[in-house]
Design a protein around this ligand. Sequence first.
Ligand code: HEC
Ligand code: HEC
Length: 388
Amino acid sequence: MSDIPFNSDVERTKSSPRGVRVWDLPVRIFHWGLVLAVTITLVTGFLAPEWRLDIHVWAGYAIALLVTFRLLWGLYGSRHARFASFVYSPKKTIEHIKGVLRGKSAHYSGHNPAGAVMVFALLVVLATLTVSGIIILGGQENLGPAAGFIPFSTGVETVSIHRLVAYGLLFLIAAHVIGMLVESHISRENLARAMITGRKQDAASQPIIMPNATINSRALVIVVIVGLTGGGAYAIMSATPASGIVKFSPDDTYASECGDCHYAYNPSLLPRNSWQGIMAGLDDHFGEDASLDSETANSILAYLNKYSSEAWDSEAANNLRIVSVKNPLSITATAYWRRRHGEIDKKVFEQSNIGSKGNCVACHRDADSGRFDDAAIFIPAPPVPPKT
Ligand code: HEC
Ligand code: HEC
């Protein structure tokens, strides 16, 4: 291998003016696909409001697929894509880093030892982020493959881990880009461009060797098995009903008696004590007389008690369970409700197609289910006044 002339400009131009192909196409598509998906998750995760979570989640799934592909390609891919080709001893890695610090770098056709550490660190960090993300999605939002068995509290507790690892990812990306620039400078080889063209100019580079047909067919079988197992597990897990959302049939009496003056609130939006307080004081209900005969009132109370926030493990129920001390019968007076809606202009609630803060369904299309999914929030545009 070392019989290839090294560092000879003449030889370099002569042997192959366009350089030697070292990165196969799947590796390059993986790399730039990952750059795109990770950028989307970082931007939506750190900067976008929570109700753009859907984009964050889709990019997260893309990362999970890309990382799974890379793990397989690391076992069955071409020469420089294989993990075995870039596992270096700690001694060699330290030597390499020392060399780089002195402005010298030994030539490596594929990943150099520092780059190799980066690949493994990134794969571990990205795997941790996707797993913790799925736990949060399932627990906090009652969505995704883990919705059936992760409690809300676990989802909320996982947020800090997810965020910490995301900062770790930012750090790794910075180190990766700086390392790439330094190595490019020392080796006079544009390594970012090499990841686009797949080619390295350095005459010592060894060309890729794609796996032969037998290995390829074995790899294909493994990919199919992993795909079927992963896809099957995802489908079965996703089909499990969300553990925090109660399936219930709406009560007709409640809908007609309590849906007259305002939206008939989903019972999960208040705890039992508050519903009891409301039903006990209907003669002076927020300044209105909403009295009912005792039979009707009792049947409504039974329904509200049965499906009050205590029965749910959803994001809305868990947060709205903490009622306002001053106004314990109101949903919109809770600190959580006010915090989540604090950025919405008062005028929006007064729009004729919304009417009041309490008209949850005007903006939350899934309010009746008690889910209050971020992806189901749509603030209606103000109605256009008729032309005169
Ligand atoms: C006569 C009209 C009327 C009827 C009938 C009525 N309400 Fe109300 N309700 C109001 C008004 C007015 C308010 C306070 C203003 C607002 O938030 O819309 C209110 C507020 C509420 C709130 C607090 C909403 C918030 O903003 O946090 C709850 C909960 C509620 N009502 C439950 C009920 C239930 C349960 C029934 C049926 C037993 C019922 N209401 C029937 C008029 C009515
Ligand atoms: C004018 C439209 C509008 C109305 C009316 C409204 N909401 Fe919202 N709500 C929003 C928006 C927008 C957000 C997202 C805020 C954010 O994340 O920055 C939100 C967020 C929420 C969330 C958090 C959802 C999540 O998954 O993070 C809950 C729970 C919620 N609202 C409950 C209610 C309830 C209960 C009512 C009725 C009493 C209500 N909202 C009325 C617009 C509205």
